[in-house]
Design a protein around this ligand. Structure first.
Ligand SMILES: [Zn+2]
Length: 169
């Protein structure tokens, strides 16, 4: 009596295991195997929020010309405050699908005292999101500094003023 009960339990467990495996394999096969149907439902993934947090409205900082390149910049995270994580958006005058490396820091041109953030290319907007921690206190004459490292290895450094007050906000 007891042994047949155990057999039934074992059989049930095996069945569950098989079902779980079958489901998993089916899911994987559907993704990779059938390219035809996958193409019809191309998902446009939302840009992942950098650092796992949501970004509000980005305030335009204007544009600056660096070595003949017109760089547009915006600031996220609202007004910049000392010691807080700042967010800079850099828009290059050309589209390279993320081949350029963009770094940024907050403060003065001497980046040795600053925390340099590396940009994440956002394909949806064709721009670069960079997070960098603001020094505390904010230095006099401080700005967003950025370095653009092109695929050819050349680097171009520029700066643009940050906003400690958001106009109209
Ligand atoms: Zn952010």
């Amino acid at each position: 009596m007891r042994s047949s009960y155990m057999k039934a339990v074992a059989a049930g467990a095996a069945l569950v295991l098989l079902t779980a495996c079958g489901g998993g394999n089916g899911g994987n096969g559907g993704d990779g195997g059938d390219g035809g149907t996958a193409k019809t439902t191309v998902p446009t993934p939302p840009p992942p929020p950098a650092g796992g947090h949501a970004h509000g409205a980005e305030a335009p900082l204007g544009a600056v010309t660096v070595d003949g390149m017109k760089i547009e910049a915006l600031q996220g995270h609202g007004a910049l405050t000392a010691g807080a994580l700042g967010h800079l958006v850099i828009k290059l005058p050309y589209s390279d699908s993320g081949a350029t490396i963009v770094r940024a820091w907050i403060g003065t041109e001497d980046r040795s005292a600053a925390l340099v953030g590396k940009g994440d290319y956002a394909a949806a907007h064709d721009d670069y999101d960079i997070h960098a921690e603001a020094p505390d206190p904010l230095p006099p004459g401080g700005a967003w500094w950025f370095e653009i490292e092109k695929p050819d290895g050349s680097t171009h450094v520029g700066s643009i003023g940050y906003l400690t007050v958001i106009p109209g906000g």
